[in-house]
Write a protein that binds this ligand. Structure first.
Ligand SMILES: [Zn+2]
Length: 457
């Protein structure tokens, strides 16, 4: 081939590449335009929140959420919509919890508490004991049975306010909620009260799951609002001998059958390759589960709507999955991966939205360095829409079980500053979701799925 021929070929190739790039940029713009001018997702989230409020795993509200999202996707002219049965835990809070500080010196004061998920109840008479305040497990260990036996342990370490990423501060403080009861029970404690995992200073207790140890007694455990935690801590300084009494009536029942809800658009070229988009359908019973994680579910559904509306035919099968039981046992995610193995499905890519329907800032991806390098090159498509980087490290508890099949796992990462104001509390309601932030999130995920599929990344 002559030099002129080579140059001509290169020029034509570059032009084809440039015009291909133009098509993809235009499609991404169309996805954002449609998402930002349509209220369907916002209205769907409102209905989910209002009609299935308190949809803790295994509850009648969770069953209604399964029906609601199933019917919703059935109405969307998708290629397939189905429920994937899964056995889930069943825990009920029972009556509203009560806690009171009794002090001969300072009088009686009520605290705002909520039982932790999977906690045993106190029985009618409640738990009543002196309180030992600790900030960490080292302190608990050094106090030991001598000081802990017969007492209520008060775990009062706040989330570190200095970390920019509030999920990192949550991760550093969550051991108290998760393992506090098991650790305190080993030293003879009769109950546990844990400072709520939130960056807000207010009166909402924030619940969440705990894990008991097999070899120590199951003792009742509650979360206390940050205002009440500070109050208890101050009262203890003035009267270390005060008595805390609390009463809960929560119970765990045998497992019940529930379901993951799945809707998909079949791939036109590689239908056997699956791209999974997910959120979790269950939510803590105290609120409406708007940010955690109704938003993630509705965004996944919205991605399918955007594809249908714009006539985007993916090469691979794109699946929206409403995972059941993320909050207690992560059974939905495990069952989804188990079924994928049984059916020998090839999971090409998975993205989870479980950090709220807040302003999109980043996309995190865990995959091989080679594939990550290719995916990170998509950044320029997102910069005009406020997503400033695609970074290494992604996933989420519902899609993590797919990792063993080599599936690249991604997280949709919005601004985290307000998320823990709402998380696992009665404050997680529909009115806290901003329509534009929700829409931008759906568009970002739709664009990512479209580009990964289009470029075979
Ligand atoms: Zn969640």
């Amino acid at each position: 081939m002559s030099k002129i021929c080579i140059l001509l070929c290169l020029l034509i190739f570059t032009q084809i590449k440039a015009s291909a790039q133009k098509i993809e940029t235009e499609t991404v713009t169309s996805l954002y335009r449609e998402a930002l001018t349509d209220r369907t997702a916002y209205d769907n989230l409102r209905q989910l929140c209002r009609n299935t409020s308190g949809r803790v795993t295994g509850s009648p509200q969770a069953a209604r959420a399964v029906e609601f999202t199933f019917d919703l996707m059935k109405s969307m002219d998708l290629d397939s919509v189905y429920q994937q049965p899964v056995m889930v835990p069943r825990w009920e809070r029972g009556k509203k919890e009560k806690a009171i500080i009794r002090s001969g010196k300072l009088g009686n004061t009520h605290l705002n508490i909520a039982a932790l998920g999977l906690s045993v109840g106190t029985g009618k008479r409640g738990v009543s004991a002196q309180v030992v305040e600790v900030m960490n497990f080292n302190q608990l260990d050094s106090l030991g049975s001598e000081f802990i036996d017969g007492k209520i342990v008060f775990f009062n370490r706040p989330m570190d306010p200095v970390l920019f990423n509030t999920f990192a501060s949550y991760g550093q403080a969550a051991d108290q909620r998760m393992l506090g009861a098991a650790s305190a029970a080993a030293y003879g404690a009769v109950g546990v009260i844990v400072r709520s995992l939130t960056t807000a200073q207010d009166d909402y207790p924030h619940t969440g799951v705990l894990r008991y140890a097999e070899n120590s007694p199951k003792i009742p455990a509650v979360a206390v609002s940050t205002n009440s935690a500070d109050l208890l801590s101050n009262r203890l300084k003035e009267d270390p001998g005060l008595v805390l009494q609390f009463r809960t009536s929560c119970q765990t029942f045998p497992d019940v059958v529930s379901a993951n809800v799945i809707g998909e658009i079949s791939g036109s070229v590689y239908p056997e390759e699956i791209i999974t988009l997910g959120g979790h359908l269950d939510a803590w019973d105290l609120g409406e589960g708007a940010q955690d994680d109704g938003a993630g579910c509705i965004q996944a559904v919205e991605v399918l709507r955007l594809f249908k509306k714009l006539g985007i035919q993916p090469k691979r099968t794109v699946r929206a999955v409403m995972f059941m039981d993320e909050e207690i046992g992560q059974r939905g995610g495990k069952e989804y991966a188990r079924q994928a193995e049984i059916r020998q499905e090839k999971h090409y890519f998975a993205i989870e939205s479980d950090r709220g329907g807040l302003l999109p800032l980043e996309i995190g991806i865990s995959t091989s360095p080679e594939r990550f390098t290719k995916m990170a090159q998509l950044s320029p498509f997102f910069e005009p829409w406020g997503i400033y980087r695609i970074r290494e490290g992604g996933g989420g508890s519902d899609i993590t079980p797919l990792q063993k099949y080599g599936t690249p796992l991604a997280s949709f990462i919005p601004d985290s500053q307000r998320y823990f104001d709402y998380h696992h509390s009665a404050n997680d309601t529909f009115d806290k979701v901003n329509i534009r932030e929700l829409q931008l999130g759906s568009a970002a995920m739709a664009a990512l799925v479209y580009l990964i599929d289009q470029y075979d990344l």
